[in-house]
Design a protein around this ligand. Structure first.
Ligand code: NAG
Ligand code: NAG
Ligand code: NAG
Ligand code: NAG
Ligand code: NAG
Ligand code: NAG
Length: 270
């Protein structure tokens, strides 16, 4: 997963084995990730959880929901990130957790991991922004900068600037958004696994991701994966040119009404 000399970080982080590897420290692993120093993991699919219940509410006011992802392509990376986040919690490295949770939510997709990418900056900004006022909480930004293991992250938290909110284009059934944009090519690839797929889904996690694109839905439903096709396809056609973020309201998944989202993260569109 990690390029070059950090190649063993995955094993260290996920399995805590150092047998064949020179050990990469926790700090080095976070730094390698934050610099985008990861190779694409073409390994495997599966479900991974990043559970944050019980993590300090006062330190992480915007990160309190357990997050599960069914990934079609990036199982090892997600396991490594989830492992690092558990370490971060025991160390009180709140800034690291904000970054790791963001990376996890975006399917650990290598093109989004570098802290300087538009996608990661947006996610870090969300974590320090008061949802009601839209203002940056500078105390939180300082807290996260002072509890980050990597200089890249410290700089990122210091440099975040609030954006003027951009109005979303609203239709009757769907909203195209400028936030949390996913690369359309990733979404098309994801759709290839969804279309004609009769596998049953129920319960959690309520997301399925491939590369830089995730489909998520707002409520528990029991349905077949292919039932996600129409809304996702609709979004790809209705929104954007090369990127898409879109929510469709009132999608019926074999009897259950949900809002379905297509974006760069498992946590929804906004
Ligand atoms: C991460 O972003 C920085 C700043 O844009 C860039 O200098 C660096 O090369 C990137 N890292 C990788 C591994 O591409
Ligand atoms: C994480 O939380 C989910 C539900 O919130 C639960 O189903 C899952 O078993 C938990 N996983 C771990 C490893 O605690
Ligand atoms: C169908 O969807 C499930 C996800 O629930 C996935 O595990 C499986 O690989 C998909 N099948 C194909 C052919 O993509
Ligand atoms: C999800 O909904 C199904 C019925 O559609 C139900 O059997 C199942 O227990 C629910 N799961 C959760 C985690 O609520
Ligand atoms: C969901 O998919 C199943 C086949 O997998 C199909 O029979 C059913 O009509 C679909 N339901 C909806 C509401 O699209
Ligand atoms: C799509 O997203 C990429 C990465 O954020 C960006 O470089 C590109 O300009 C975007 N394209 C459009 C048309 O918005």
């Amino acid at each position: 997963m990690f390029k070059g000399r950090s190649i063993c970080a995955l094993a260290v982080a996920a399995l805590a084995t150092t047998a064949q590897c020179q050990q990469l420290s926790y700090e080095d692993s976070v730094t390698a990730l934050a610099y985008g120093n990861v190779a694409t993991d073409t390994s495997a699919e599966g479900t991974v959880w990043l559970n944050v219940t019980g993590f300090a509410v006062d330190k992480l006011p915007h990160i309190q929901e357990d997050l599960g992802i069914h990934t079609l392509d990036n199982l090892k990376t997600l396991n490594a990130i989830a492992g690092l986040a558990q370490d971060a919690a025991t160390k009180g490295q709140w800034g690291d957790i904000v970054y790791l949770y963001s990376a996890f939510a975006m399917n650990g997709h290598s093109e989004y991991l570098n802290v300087s990418t538009v996608e990661m900056q947006e996610s870090l900004l969300d974590a320090i922004t008061n949802q009601d006022s839209g203002e940056i909480d500078h105390q939180l930004a300082d807290l996260y900068a002072s509890t980050s293991s990597s200089k890249f992250l410290v700089d990122a938290f210091h440099g975040l600037k609030s954006k003027p909110s951009t109005p979303s284009k609203r239709w009757l059934r769907e909203v195209c958004s400028n936030a949390h944009l996913a690369v359309k090519n990733s979404c098309r690839s994801l759709l290839q696994n969804v279309r004609g797929n009769a596998t049953w889904k129920t319960g959690s996690p309520r997301s399925i991701c491939k590369y830089g694109c995730c489909i998520s839905w707002s409520a528990n439903a029991t349905f077949q994966v292919e039932n996600l096709t129409n809304a996702a396809n609709y979004c790809i056609n209705a929104c954007g040119t090369s990127n898409v973020s879109c929510e469709v309201y009132g999608v019926k998944l074999q009897g259950t009404l949900v809002d379905q989202c297509l974006s760069n993260r498992a946590t929804g569109c906004r």
